[in-house]
Ligand binder design. Structure first.
Ligand SMILES: Cc1cc2nc3c(=O)[nH]c(=O)nc-3n(C[C@H](O)[C@H](O)[C@H](O)COP(=O)(O)OP(=O)(O)OC[C@H]3O[C@@H](n4cnc5c(N)ncnc54)[C@H](O)[C@@H]3O)c2cc1C
Length: 499
């Protein structure tokens, strides 16, 4: 349906869709698939700022870019993964491309469309979404009944780089992996990679053999799980000629059971799990390596994401002498490199700041509800996906202790069930609201730092919605609970208010 708004200057056509999906990353594409399958009569559109699909996997182009969780579970439940468990960015993009082609989703996606604002009108029961076409510079306006926010959690255009003293004095090149320069020549150069997360662990083995030397410089260590990049069960089933759909499902169940046990143990017996993780690293680096200083985090396992290191390649590089680890704090940059708190100076031609993301809440879109600007930090989250005071909107925020995409599938089912329920009821609007028994509930920050505390979340917690102390009003980050709870949600429960 097309409507023309005669009041706007310059006049812009307002197109209308039943459902509006923001972002063509792995969440947006998965959500569109579920919508087509489970609500086939709904019209929908996906708007994406970048020139193609993929989100994270399109943005990150640094050498060695790969998943840090297995693709049997990072892949969708409906599309078998047939490669090695840990996959390259390119392989993930190919997989997503196949999902788009096989399900005819391409015609619903509009690239280079940046969404700037979204306003809800209770009089019309509609969202009005406005933005700019980056290819033509034109403004666009679309109205929609339901907003499915699949915009991820960080700003794609720029990574997070702390401002250290003396950076302007440094004569070498400073690069953030999120915006990797195509012309970066690191051959035979000495390189420092600042950071100890999955990005550093991926990048270092990919460049170490070409560089004169790579130093991983970290303030504090991270947990890693080294292991072979194979799934023996999947390979065995393949050998037996089992159908790939079966292999996918069986392998997912096996992995999820093992991960569930591991996650539970990391809460129940953290010291034992910690020792096992450290033993995995020691197996590559030998008994004389200072594991205590460089690979023993101060926090309990799983309070931050644990990266899988396929074939222990990071540790192999360290053992071979191509890479080394320095655990210290940065005092300042110098002309030649970095001066550390300990007084030691590290010289480098290139410094790579694998220092993380800038969190962005709901795609940096300016939201309004009935003319009032929305401050998400004043709302309370319903299971990390809906917000009090914000009608007809769901935010897809995945898991960190399990593959993100597991939640894309679960929320896909939930949103479609909700949309079909509304249609049956004849409701145009749904909002979540605190029930009488929730009124005196303490309101807390979005996530409990005791539970999960990566720096990018800690830096921006004040921008995020509040959580309560009951499971309904929290983003529990617990796949093993949610896989049963989300399908069982009673859509007639008092927390859902329909009009
Ligand atoms: C290097 C790296 C490796 C990772 N590896 C794993 C892994 O192995 N396993 C795992 O579970 N998780 C991993 N993650 C987390 C990962 O981000 C998610 O798993 C997942 O890819 C996020 O997908 P998404 O579609 O929700 O968001 P994104 O990939 O961020 O995609 C969101 C899309 O929305 C678009 N968008 C945002 N705002 C707007 C706007 N205003 N207008 C128009 N378009 C907009 C963006 O351009 C982007 O394309 C990794 C993250 C990184 C950075």
């Amino acid at each position: 349906m097309d409507r023309t708004d005669t009041h706007a200057t310059p006049p812009v056509k307002t197109e209308h869709f039943d459902v509006f999906i923001v972002g063509a990353g792995i969440s947006g594409i998965g959500s569109a698939y579920h919508l087509r399958q489970q609500c086939p009569s709904r019209s929908f559109v996906i708007l994406e700022e970048m020139e193609s699909f993929g989100g994270t996997w399109l943005t990150h182009k640094y050498p060695g870019i790969r998943s840090d969780s297995d693709l049997y579970t990072f892949g969708y439940r409906f599309k078998p993964w047939v490669g090695t468990p840990i996959a390259s960015g390119e392989e993930i993009l190919k997989y997503m491309g196949e999902v788009i082609a096989e399900n005819d989703l391409g015609r619903h996606i509009r690239y280079r469309h940046k969404i700037v604002s979204a306003s809800w009108s209770s009089a019309d029961h509609l969202w009005t979404i406005e933005g700019t076409r980056l290819d033509t510079g034109e403004a666009f306006r679309i109205s929609a009944n339901f907003l499915w926010m699949c915009q991820g959690y960080y700003r794609h255009a720029q990574g997070y780089t702390p401002q250290w003293k003396g950076m302007e004095d440094y004569k070498g090149r400073v690069v953030h992996p999120q915006v990797w320069p195509e012309d970066l020549d690191y051959k035979n150069k000495s390189v420092i990679v600042i950071g100890s997360g999955a990005t550093a662990a991926t990048l270092i083995p990919a460049i170490a053999a070409d560089c004169a030397h790579v130093t991983l410089l970290q303030r504090s260590p991270t947990y890693f799980i080294p292991g072979r990049n194979v799934n023996l069960l999947a390979d065995q089933l393949r050998d037996l000629g089992i159908d790939e759909h079966w292999i996918h499902e069986i392998t997912r169940r096996q992995i999820l059971r093992e991960q569930g046990t591991f996650t539970r143990r990391s809460f129940e017996e953290p010291e034992k799990v910690k020792e096992e993780l450290l033993a995995g690293v020691r197996a590559f680096l030998g008994p004389d390596y200072d594991i205590e200083t460089h690979f023993t985090p101060k926090y309990r396992p799983w309070r931050q994401r644990i990266a899988f290191v396929p074939d222990g390649d990071l540790f192999q590089g360290i053992a071979a002498g191509n890479a080394s680890v320095v655990t210290d704090e940065i005092e300042r940059f110098t002309q030649k490199g970095i001066l550390l708190r300990s007084g030691k100076e590290l010289a480098a031609d290139i410094v790579i700041t694998a220092t993380g993301f800038n969190l962005c809440v709901l795609g940096d879109v300016a939201f309004e509800v009935d003319g009032t600007p929305l401050d998400f930090s004043h709302s309370v989250t319903y299971r990390g996906m809906m917000f009090t005071g914000v009608p007809n909107m769901v935010w897809v925020f995945g898991y960190f202790r399990a593959s993100w995409t597991l939640r894309v599938d679960l929320l896909g089912d939930f949103v479609c069930r909700l949309l079909n329920h509304m249609q049956k009821k004849g409701a145009n609007k749904v909002t979540v609201a605190l029930r009488p028994e929730d009124k005196n509930m303490p309101l807390l920050p979005w996530i409990d730092p005791e539970n999960f505390n990566p720096n990018y979340l800690m830096r921006s917690m004040d921008l995020l919605p509040r959580r309560g102390d009951k499971p309904e009003w929290q983003h529990t980050q617990d796949y093993w609970l949610e896989k049963d709870q989300l399908p069982a949600i009673d859509l007639n429960g008092a927390e859902f208010v329909y009009e």
